[in-house]
Design a protein around this ligand. Structure first.
Ligand SMILES: Nc1ncnc2c1ncn2[C@@H]1O[C@H](COP(=O)(O)OP(=O)(O)O[C@H]2O[C@H](CO)[C@@H](O)[C@H](O)[C@H]2O)[C@@H](O)[C@H]1O
Length: 524
């Protein structure tokens, strides 16, 4: 217990950079005597959280994690002191300038020493930046080199991030602030939970799995360089390799994924990526849950600065102005038929090949398709080839451009998203908010966010035939203006903010902290 009590005192110390402490001072009368608490108003519990992420859309994003990492720590601020830890990529350092060095993480096994910089984003969100030029200051995405291959030292790079989080949790990084818990995201942060327990710490971790298909698999020979104790190799072992995600699942106090349906699916072999039995055991002991992602307030067609014309529900003139603009940007002529959009990472998961198979029928029926994405070279080539095959009917942009993606959600009538699996999915929620009806495969978070025939269309299977039937239903609705109007309005009203998710995360934090407080103290 003593260790927990000490940690709480540490965490109360004010932080000059991040504004006054959020601690509520006890009420006193004019003579300084303590007053009783006002009836019915219990002070909010403190929750000091280090949110560990490998991307954040304030700086750079490759997919949905970047959006969540920007939105969730902000949504948590009401009830938590949530601070972000992110590697010092060039995009981060450019945006923050040279962050002030406030701490240091010592080298461990083959993991190099790092500095920790501190900065606050303009809205006050505190960010710790893990600075090591050799590991993080390179062009390309966080995970892959410009030629598309994984960075060869990814195991060291992200183990260094995870280890730094564990050292901050242990109070060994010299920050003058110590989180009560770690909130880890996906494999790049997952190993922090393991480092905490391998070194005898007691800071609980919540691990959020945004996509189980990416596990952070590395050769078993890397274990010594990563500082994995010989007695703990089994924690990470996955078919002869080391799985960072497995290490996180084994050691996290709680694991969640980003929708209730996906949380169920990953306990079964079809979607469990080989970890289904471990995850089923987590579920059986109440250690696995699903919390649906939200979308942030910037996704508003009445105010989004990226749009060509703003619009609200019922103002379909404004929506049509965006459609004209999108057609122009993709070099397509104006048309009276529906406009279908694909906005996605171009990977097998997203069913891009199914869209390519069905696109000729969309075109034959009088529709047009616009596609934006980057990813697997084979799928990039397929999408680009489609645009060449159907000039004036299909437009493709191989690249990543948020403003154009937003205009596509606003200008399209339907979004194509036949994902083979989908932990939550954000694109379908963005589309709904912008009155584009998603056509989805009924899987994972797509089941939980798309109401069939009301806010979009669900296809039973991830096959071209099922998608074709979904597209046919969309064409029928498009020809019925009354129904189209009703579905668009319903889609725009679909609940999608971050408040509900933030409340659920806070409830988990409280349970984890209560459980940690019950455990006997251990040395950090
Ligand atoms: N070329 C491009 N240009 C511009 N924007 C592009 C783009 N390609 C994709 N995007 C954007 O990137 C994001 C993708 O998010 P998703 O949630 O749909 O999928 P992703 O698989 O990356 O995320 C994973 O993590 C998230 C977050 O938890 C889960 O919702 C999801 O199911 C899981 O697979 C969206 O904001 C989308 O608009």
């Amino acid at each position: 217990m003593a260790a927990v009590a000490l940690r709480r005192l540490d965490a109360d110390s004010p932080s000059a950079e991040f504004g006054p402490t959020r601690k509520r001072l006890p009420l006193r009368d004019a003579r300084g005597r303590f007053l009783p608490k006002p009836p019915g108003r219990r002070p909010a519990p403190r929750r000091d959280v280090l949110f560990v992420t490998s991307e954040m859309s304030d700086f750079l994003k490759t997919g949905g994690l970047g959006d969540v990492a920007a939105a969730l720590p902000r949504a948590l601020q009401g009830g938590c002191d949530a601070r972000v830890l992110i590697p010092g990529y060039p995009a981060v350092l450019r945006r923050l300038g040279e962050p002030r060095v406030v701490g240091r993480v010592r080298a461990h096994a083959g993991l190099p020493e790092c500095a920790i910089g501190r900065a606050a984003l303009p809205d006050g969100l505190p960010v710790y930046v893990l600075v090591n030029p050799a590991l993080f200051e390179r062009d390309g995405s966080p995970y892959v080199a410009p030629d598309g291959s994984d960075w060869s030292d990814n195991a060291i790079r992200f183990a260094t991030l995870a280890h730094a989080a564990a050292e901050i949790a242990a109070g060994r990084a010299g920050l003058g602030w110590r989180p009560q818990l770690l909130h880890l995201n996906d494999w790049p942060g997952a190993l922090a939970a393991a480092y905490v327990s391998w070194r005898g710490g007691d800071t609980p971790s919540l691990l959020t799995i945004h996509n189980l298909a990416y596990q952070g698999l590395f050769p078993a020979g890397a274990a010594a360089a990563l500082g994995v104790p010989k007695t703990a190799l089994a924690d990470l072992e996955f078919h002869g390799q080391l799985s960072f995600l497995r290490g996180g699942i084994v050691h996290a106090a709680h694991v969640n994924t980003v929708s209730a349906s996906y949380a169920r699916q990953i306990t079964e072999p079809a979607h469990g990526c080989g970890l289904d039995r471990l995850l089923a055991r987590c579920a059986a002991t109440g250690r696995l849950s699903g919390i649906l992602n939200g979308i942030d307030a910037s996704w508003d067609p009445r105010t989004d600065p990226h749009l060509h014309a703003h619009f609200a529900a019922g103002d379909w003139q404004g929506k049509r102005a965006n459609a004209r603009q999108v057609r122009r940007e993709f070099g397509l002529p104006d048309a009276t038929g529906p406009l279908f959009a694909l906005v996605s990472r171009l990977v097998h998961q997203k069913g891009v090949d199914l869209i390519c198979e069905v696109a000729p029928q969309i075109v034959a029926a009088g529709g047009q398709v616009v596609a934006i994405g980057t990813g697997e070279p084979r799928l990039e080539r397929e999408v680009a080839a489609l645009a060449r095959r159907f000039p004036g009917r299909v437009g493709a942009h191989i690249g990543f451009e948020e403003g154009l993606a937003r205009r596509m959600f606003a200008g399209s009538d339907f979004l194509l998203m036949p994902s083979r699996f989908e932990p939550c999915g954000l694109s379908q929620m963005y589309a709904q908010r912008f009155a584009s009806l998603p056509i989805v495969h009924a899987t994972g978070g797509l089941i939980d966010t798309v109401e069939d025939g009301v806010t979009g269309f669900q296809c039973r299977e991830a096959t071209a035939d099922a998608l074709r039937r979904g597209v046919q239903r969309a064409f029928r609705v498009y020809r019925l203006p009354g129904l189209l109007d009703a579905m668009r309005r319903a889609a725009m009203r679909a609940p999608a903010g971050w408040d509900a998710a933030a409340r659920q995360y806070q409830a988990h934090y409280d349970r984890m902290l209560a459980a940690a407080a019950m455990r006997p103290a251990v040395a950090a």
